[in-house]
Design a protein around this ligand. Structure first.
Ligand code: PRP
Ligand code: URA
Length: 213
């Protein structure tokens, strides 16, 4: 895959360790859900290093008063792409409890692999916030690219996207469709099978999170 200025691939040993367990078909639904949250928290720490609004407050220590920088309340909106993106929301809320949540519902047409949007509900004022779009799987990139386009149509200007596993095709598509969006992927896999599943991947993230199958 080409190098893109707007793409960060983590490849961090702690995240790689957790992803190895996540991929394992024997991992239980409970453990899968917990791992998705934990990996998301680790990613968020890095992803929100830049671009988060901060504000200064006065803090009185037992010795004196000092000026401290804190994260501005209500400055981030999390937008999970349903269903599987829901599994990442708590992992961000751990670090950012005041973040509001918008929802975009999309499913891939199993034959064409094209995303179809069935739901969109976003918090008021989202256009002035830092919007963190999340989905564990970035396969062809169709869902992520369309979700970001929809957010731009609603006026959002400051968007970041986080996925746990990416295929090169999907990363390239989102990076090229949206060069103004920072893309964070924990690990880059080999490619896609004929049904658009990431290889080696982890199977269907939504089914594993919610025990559908
Ligand atoms: C999965 C996944 C992404 C999408 C990725 O969702 O959670 O949203 O596929 O594929 P793409 O990059 O090729 O668009 P799916 O459509 O299976 O819906 P679900 O989360 O409801 O299972
Ligand atoms: N969606 C998933 O849940 N898994 C894949 O491998 C591709 C898309």
């Amino acid at each position: 895959m080409k190098d893109y200025e707007n793409v960060v691939i983590f490849d961090h040993p702690l995240i790689r360790h957790k992803i190895a367990i996540l991929r394992d078909e024997r991992t239980s639904m409970k453990e899968f859900r917990e791992l998705v949250e934990e990996i998301t928290t680790l990613m968020t720490y890095e992803c929100l290093k830049d671009g988060v609004q901060t504000t200064e407050i006065e803090v009185k220590t037992p010795l004196e008063t000092c000026t401290q920088t804190v994260v501005a309340d209500n400055s981030v909106v999390i937008v999970p792409i349903l269903r599987a993106g829901l599994g990442m929301v708590n992992g961000i809320h751990v670090l950012f409890p005041s973040a509001r949540v918008g929802h975009i519902g999309m499913y891939r047409n199993e034959e064409t692999l094209m995303p179809e949007t069935y739901y969109c509900k976003l918090p008021e004022g989202i256009e002035n916030k830092l919007v963190l779009v999340v989905d564990p799987m970035l396969a062809t990139g169709g869902s992520a690219s369309d979700a970001i386009r929809l957010l731009k149509e609603k006026g959002c200007k400051d968007i970041k996207f986080m996925a746990i596993i990416g295929a090169p095709q999907g990363v390239s598509k989102v990076a090229e469709d949206h060069p103004d969006v920072d893309i964070y992927v924990s690990t880059l896999d080999r490619g896609l099978n004929e049904n658009g599943y990431i290889l080696p991947g982890l199977g269907d993230a939504g089914d594993r999170l919610f025990g559908t199958k």
